[in-house]
Design a protein around this ligand. Structure first.
Ligand SMILES: Nc1ncnc2c1ncn2[C@@H]1O[C@H](COP(=O)(O)OP(=O)(O)OP(=O)(O)O)[C@@H](O)[C@H]1O
Ligand SMILES: [Mg+2]
Length: 469
């Protein structure tokens, strides 16, 4: 293959996989490109104005044909793909929820309204790509207990109190469904109880359906990879190609098929989901690993229990935004300074210099709130920002006066990464709401069911489950 220079456009040869008459997907590229990568979707023609690549397409006769293709999501590689919609069905207090999302999202609402349930649902989705969803469900008490415990449908008459809330005959099979979509791809998984068997694991839930599609919501025509029980098929032109007929119920398609050359969509999505980062209640008790000196190696990503805090801070000092770290500390604790001590045996620890004190405080001496704020600073100033960072109740044990500084730290992070904050701290929420990027999602519980406050039919993003529901 030979590259040519055409009219200033970056020109790369690539092989395209035809999805339908208008939609193609890049299967391989002849050279590295900052604009395109394997798995990108493209159209042939001139409806899109940017990110033009001259490519060659395989014709049915195995010859190459030169075409202009236009990336469907024209963006530079440092603009991260965002999750634009999250959908949950039949999970704890969430009977059916479709939430639109932006670069910075704050999920709020009174105690018991389902904030943590949304957090857990998103974690379960992430577990699916790491091969851990069945174990996570087991540790939550089993699939049956995570199903929405209310009736399949709450009728208008039940809402008006004319008839009591009761079950009635079930119409659909019981499924826990989780899904999300972004600008380019969407994914959903549907979990159910197994068919009766003599296996000792007969109670393990099973993955019944999975699907990857192009675009913001599932439609049969935009489906790219479809899993129905043991069978996975992927779209090849107008036909479907069966990739396997032997999937185990406990495996997700991410566990089995992630060869970038064969199914770029699965590979791309698995890497996307694996990149999500969750922080939920750092330990700050007296034996917390973050209080101890620890062996340090370069740590661009803080561990979710904060054990490598000193190494993570030193990494920010060396390859990250050291100035931002200083600003963040003095924003919360005026006059204070944070230093990383390297001991002779290779262990690292933190030292906190505060105004009015004659010596620095060690990790073990810091207050819970101070340590937690430092942990959040290390997490949010990571030199390797993830595509998505989720913070569950980051305000825990922080004094309300620290919350505006925390909000500024979160807002800074949201310039590089999509952030979700689950919180019920009003000062944090109102400070975050000052950012124009902030998307506030207020939850409420009606008849035991989590709802987005003020969400009408028109605000609800379109969403369809592959297997009904
Ligand atoms: N299987 C289930 N079916 C229906 N509702 C459930 C189920 N399991 C839990 N719940 C409800 O979910 C609610 C708990 O939701 P969650 O823990 O997400 O609340 P929260 O908004 O995080 O509250 P807090 O602010 O107290 O942390 C409880 O009110 C509980 O009744
Ligand atoms: Mg909670």
């Amino acid at each position: 293959m030979e590259n040519m220079d055409l009219g200033g456009n970056q020109e790369i040869f690539c092989h395209l996989k035809r999805i339908n008459d208008d939609l193609y997907q890049i299967v391989s590229l002849s050279s590295l490109s900052s604009r395109a990568t394997r798995g990108d979707l493209a159209v042939v023609g001139d409806t899109f104005t940017s990110s033009i690549l001259l490519t060659q397409r395989m014709t049915p006769h195995n010859a190459h044909e030169l075409v202009n293709i236009y990336l469907i999501t024209p963006k530079s590689r440092n603009t991260n793909p965002m999750i634009t919609t999250l959908s949950i069905n039949n999970y704890r207090s969430i009977q059916q929820l479709v939430v639109p999302l932006g670069p910075l999202n704050v999920i709020t609402g009174p105690n018991g309204c389902g904030k943590s349930n949304i957090y857990r649902a998103l974690r379960l989705l992430a577990e699916t790509a790491q091969g851990g969803v069945i174990n996570s469900l087991a540790s939550e008490g089993g699939l049956e207990s995570t199903f929405w415990a209310g009736p399949e449908k709450i009728t208008e008459r039940m809402r008006k109190g004319e008839v009591p809330v009761e079950g009635g005959p079930r119409h659909g099979v019981k499924r826990l469904r989780l899904g999300f979509s972004g600008d380019d791809f969407g994914y959903s998984v549907s979990l159910g109880l197994p068919s009766p068997s003599s296996s000792a694991f007969a109670l393990d839930p099973e993955i019944k359906h999975e699907c990857i599609w192009a675009g913001p919501f599932y439609r049969p025509a935009s489906s790219l990879v479809d899993r129905d029980g043991p069978m996975i098929k992927s779209r090849a032109g107008k036909k479907w190609q069966v990739l396997t007929n032997h999937m185990n119920g406990f495996d997700s398609m991410f566990d089995q098929i992630a060869d970038p050359a064969v199914t770029p969509e699965i590979f791309h999505l698995r890497e996307t989901i694996r990149n999500w980062r969750f922080y939920d209640h750092f330990r700050t008790d007296k034996d917390a690993p973050a209080r101890q000196a620890q062996l340090g190696t370069r740590t661009p990503v803080l561990h979710n229990d904060g054990r490598d805090i000193a190494a993570a801070l030193q990494t920010i000092r060396e390859i990250g935004d050291s100035e931002a770290l200083d600003e963040t500390i003095s924003d919360a604790f005026p006059g204070a300074r944070l230093e990383v001590m390297r001991h002779e045996d290779g262990r690292f620890s933190i030292e906190f210099h505060q105004e009015g004190l004659l010596r620095a405080l060690q990790g073990a001496e810091l207050s819970d709130g101070t340590l937690r704020y430092i942990l959040l600073a290390a997490a949010l100033l990571t030199p390797r920002p993830p595509l998505l960072m989720v913070l569950n109740e980051p305000e825990t044990s922080l004094h309300p006066d620290l919350l505006p500084a925390l909000a500024r730290l979160i807002m800074r992070a949201s310039e590089k990464t999509q952030v979700w904050v689950v919180s019920h701290a009003s000062r944090l929420i109102s400070a975050l709401n000052e950012s124009e990027l902030c998307h506030s999602i207020e939850l409420d519980k009606q008849f035991g069911q989590t709802e987005v406050l003020g969400q009408g039919m028109l605000d609800k993003p379109a969403w369809y489950w592959v297997d009904g529901g």
